[in-house]
Write a protein that binds this ligand. Structure first.
Ligand SMILES: *Cc1c(COP(=O)(O)O)cnc(C)c1O
Length: 408
């Protein structure tokens, strides 16, 4: 899919605006949206070559579309990978990755703190097909090492995690994976390529939920996998072609345009998040704040090394906090009070939006696991997650103070 010709060594911020497939004969400046299911072939013989993969060319939008290709080329350029494949959702990306890389009898090591649906997909659905899995601590490298078996094919991590923002050491996990002859896959949803390019730290494949910061305005569901061209062409493309977890061109176009402002949004939202986290730490009623940009965060030093924006350590835009002590029932009542007292924030589980969202993880995103599992994961009834957007910071503080002030 012919990329637009650009000079070498462009900065990621430039690639975010410029990398795409070549413009059409009409010379459009904003990339075109190609809403078409199929592509007309110039003649029967060309069709034969294209269907046999002997010649590049668009065939059918289940697996080739120029708008999707533009999004893929732009995201690959930003992640520093050779290639990218767009998918219908973040979960479709993980499904495609597992289908392409795993078979019955293989073993996966996965952080126990990853996205809940990822745990169910790898531990549950793929378990049905004979894929073994071990779930280990996000931050204890020793547990990852100890879980390695002769049939280990994949290590899967996400950093920082949702909602407690635990940070894993990507370089250390890549070393363990490679020594075992396995691949390290990193879900880079929370950082996005604006803050972290895990391939530079040794990761092999990057997963994205385009739904979050890449779109950035809460409009579409989308996903992607970034990685080496050979792996994507040989292992993932055939699955996409036959299984069809396809990214719609319209959604690809929305994400493509979202990528243009990713870096400045991440910068502004992360700055807001740091100010909010610092303020929350000083509020009566708040027992603990979880944010990698705070010195009190257990992996603060690692996070500041691994996540940078314009050369500075950056904590990202998600902040969680626990209300003080109390029994579970009172904690939940108080958390609901703080959430329901907001008048600006949206009470919704999405994140990565310019609109700040506030959620109660124990009864929503983590509501389907048992109370014992929740306690093991550190998700108490007094925990509130704020995915910080672009509103003016004093308005956000005032919005949370409405409920928190009752604890004065
Ligand atoms: C939301 C999310 C996903 C799933 O993405 P969808 O686009 O909703 O399918 C995967 N990983 C993380 C970390 C997420 O936050």
């Amino acid at each position: 899919m012919i990329p637009k010709k650009l000079p070498d060594n462009l900065h990621r911020d430039t690639l975010a605006v410029r990398a795409a497939v070549d413009k059409s004969q009409y010379g459009e400046n904003s990339e075109a949206l190609y809403l078409t299911s199929s592509f007309v072939q110039p003649d029967a013989a060309t069709a034969v070559r294209r269907f046999a993969n002997e010649e590049e060319g668009y065939i059918y939008s289940r697996f080739t579309n120029p708008t999707v290709a533009s999004m893929e080329q732009r995201l690959a350029a930003m992640e520093g990978t050779e290639a990218c494949i767009g998918t219908a959702s973040g979960m479709a990306a993980i499904l495609l990755m597992c289908m392409g890389l795993l078979k019955s009898g293989d073993h996966v090591i996965c952080s126990q703190s990853v996205f809940g649906s990822t745990i169910r997909l790898i531990g549950g659905e793929f378990g049905k097909f004979g894929v073994e899995s071990t779930f280990v601590s996000q931050t204890d490298v020793g547990q990852w090492q100890a879980a390695v078996k002769p049939n280990t094919k994949l290590l899967f991590a996400e950093t920082p995690t949702n909602p407690l923002t635990e940070v894993c050491d990507i370089r250390a996990l890549a070393d363990i994976a490679h020594a075992a002859g396995a691949l390290l896959v990193v879900d880079n949803c929370f950082c996005s390529p604006a803050l972290s390019q895990p391939v530079k730290l040794g990761a092999d494949l990057i997963i994205h939920s385009g739904t979050k910061y890449l779109d950035g305005q809460g409009r579409v569901i989308a996903g992607a996998i970034c990685g080496p061209k050979k792996l994507i062409d040989e292992k993932l493309m055939p699955v996409m072609r036959s299984a069809g977890m396809t990214l719609s061109p319209f959604n690809a176009w929305v994400v493509l345009k979202g990528l243009e402002t990713l870096s400045i949004r991440m910068q502004a939202q992360s700055a807001n998040a740091l100010m909010l986290a610092t303020w929350l730490e000083a509020q009566p009623g708040v027992a603990r704040v979880y944010y990698p940009g705070l010195k009190s965060h257990p992996q603060h030093a690692l996070a500041m090394q691994q996540q940078t924006l314009n050369g500075q350590g950056c904590g990202g835009a998600v902040v969680s906090f626990d209300l003080i002590g109390l029994d579970a029932e009172t904690a939940r009542k108080n958390a609901f009070h703080v959430i329901d007292s907001t008048e600006v924030c949206s009470i919704t589980a999405n994140l990565g939006d310019t609109k700040t969202t506030v959620t109660h993880p124990a009864t929503t995103s983590h509501g389907r696991i048992t109370e014992a599992q929740r306690q093991a994961a550190g998700i108490g009834q007094g925990l509130i997650r704020v995915a910080v957007g672009l509103e003016y910071i004093d308005d956000l503080k005032a919005d949370l103070a409405r409920g928190l002030d009752s604890f004065k």
